[in-house]
Design a protein around this ligand. Sequence first.
Ligand SMILES: Nc1ncnc2c1ncn2[C@@H]1O[C@H](COP(=O)(O)OP(=O)(O)OP(=O)(O)O)[C@@H](O)[C@H]1O
Ligand SMILES: [Mg+2]
Length: 239
Amino acid sequence: MNKSGETILSVENLFVSYGHVEALKGVSLEVKRGEIVVLVGSNGAGKTSIMETILGVNQTRKGRIIFEGREITNLSSDKIVRSGIFLVPEGRGVFSSMSVLDNLLLGAHHNLKNAKEKTAYVYELFPVLGQRRNQIAGTLSGGERQMLSIARALMSNPKMIMVDEPSIGLAPKIVNDIFKILQNLNKEGYAILLSEQNVYKALKLADRGYVLETGSVVLDGTSEGLLHNTDIRKAYLGA
Ligand SMILES: Nc1ncnc2c1ncn2[C@@H]1O[C@H](COP(=O)(O)OP(=O)(O)OP(=O)(O)O)[C@@H](O)[C@H]1O
Ligand SMILES: [Mg+2]
């Protein structure tokens, strides 16, 4: 794994509101090349808002987002995806009535040129998706849908993948499989920004973490440090 210390994503003092609701109140964070970084926080803390704002789905009224040295703040999602970021959304965002292959091709729609090579690549990583390429996605199991959603992200040639709460609704064994997949992708060189309520497993997987409360970062550090932090243990690890 190449954790070179070079920053790939830098979020500086981000403010986001939905009408009168202030969802993010000055969030700053960074992801280095080759890192897995986890966002920890209870419901409504702002995890999804951070990811959607990085992707350009939400507009920020203050703050900056820099990806690979270029400012991408408030650009269109289309441009941001082309720059090398993709989101595996909360709830997976799989189109149930479409085939596995068509779902994958949606991830490549910005650049269909190498779609064949890219599908071959994801079928190699996820053999089950290759076997089910013509199956309607709605008939997949929860774990397979999560794999499809991750595989679709890879179809866009990303450098960084944001994965929003991948473990929700999955059995513990399947969660372990998904986390193993994320670990393998990271070894392949993808930087990963993850959000998780499964805090223990997520910190075991990640290099560093940020703890969010009502739209602000209240704590950050190495996963090792956070796992041993008394407040974290009380609030999230039941100890
Ligand atoms: N579309 C929206 N309209 C209005 N308020 C919103 C909208 N989306 C999010 N919010 C509010 O913004 C805040 C942050 O929500 P966000 O979804 O980012 O949190 P989260 O950490 O992802 O939560 P969860 O763990 O439930 O997914 C919350 O107060 C939420 O109610
Ligand atoms: Mg969320």
